[in-house]
Design a protein. Structure first.
Length: 238
């Protein structure tokens, strides 16, 4: 539990549990269902394993999450009480995509982007068999420049090293533009037309790539008509 606000208000009592750094992002990762510890780490790559373990222990102790062990395998999932947080996580995301418009360069992480994309593959749309997409982000550090998604009609995996399979499609992109596509701020067609995103491969596969992914769940949230009202960005001075 976090520090006490010493108030009987249920909002204050809830925030004593949930407003510790990373806690709501752990809940966000658990909203999708069961998760292994290492899967949670991949979704939260900048969170230390020690802190992740501590936050999970707190959530389990508070009755928000459950720890299930079968042999050597341990999985975490939200409890019934924790599942009631799903619409709150969704509401926070919707508010954020409407009003927190600015992304700093340090917010642009290809690992998080590809991990999110692999969770939202439309398996009914991908070709039969195994399809490998290589993503290249030329402007980022060499260690994070190349990524691979291995897709089948039933599974998806993300790799930060060459998995050794033939690449069917190569996507070369400006990282910021690719994230804007994923967030719904930039249409695939506009990104391709401008050259910010380039797809190379057989024509049928090249044209199919955008349909293989369901954009982030907040992509369809309406944005405000006046971007200058964005929270956290100082208004221009005359």
């Amino acid at each position: 539990m976090g520090a006490s606000y010493y108030q009987f208000c249920p909002v204050a009592k809830t925030m004593e549990l949930l407003d510790e750094r990373w806690t709501m992002l752990v809940v966000r990762e658990l909203v999708g269902g069961d998760r292994h510890f290492n899967d949670l780490r991949r979704g939260l790559p900048r969170m230390s394993p020690t802190l992740l373990s501590k936050r999970l222990q707190h959530l389990v102790a508070a009755g928000v999450a459950e720890r299930h062990k079968a042999g050597a395998e341990v999985r975490y999932r939200l409890s019934p009480a924790g599942r009631e947080l799903a619409p709150i996580v969704s509401a926070l995301g919707e508010w954020g995509i409407r009003w927190i418009g600015h992304l700093g360069d340090q917010d642009l992480d290809p690992k998080i982007l590809l991990w999110d994309m692999h969770h939202r593959v439309d398996h009914d749309a991908v070709p039969a068999g195994r399809t490998v997409i290589q993503f290249q982000f030329p402007a980022v550090a060499a260690a994070q420049r190349n990524w691979w998604l291995v897709l089948t009609p039933t599974d998806a995996d993300v790799c930060d090293a060459d998995p050794g399979f033939d690449v069917a499609v190569r996507v070369t992109a400006d990282l910021r533009s690719m994230i804007e596509v994923w967030l719904g701020d930039l249409e695939w067609s506009d990104a391709l037309r401008s050259g910010a995103v380039d797809i190379q491969g057989p024509e049928d596969l090249r044209r199919g790539v955008p349909a293989w992914f369901k954009l982030i769940s907040f992509a369809d949230v309406p944005r405000p008509a006046r971007p200058e009202r964005t929270v956290g960005v100082p208004a221009a001075t005359p």
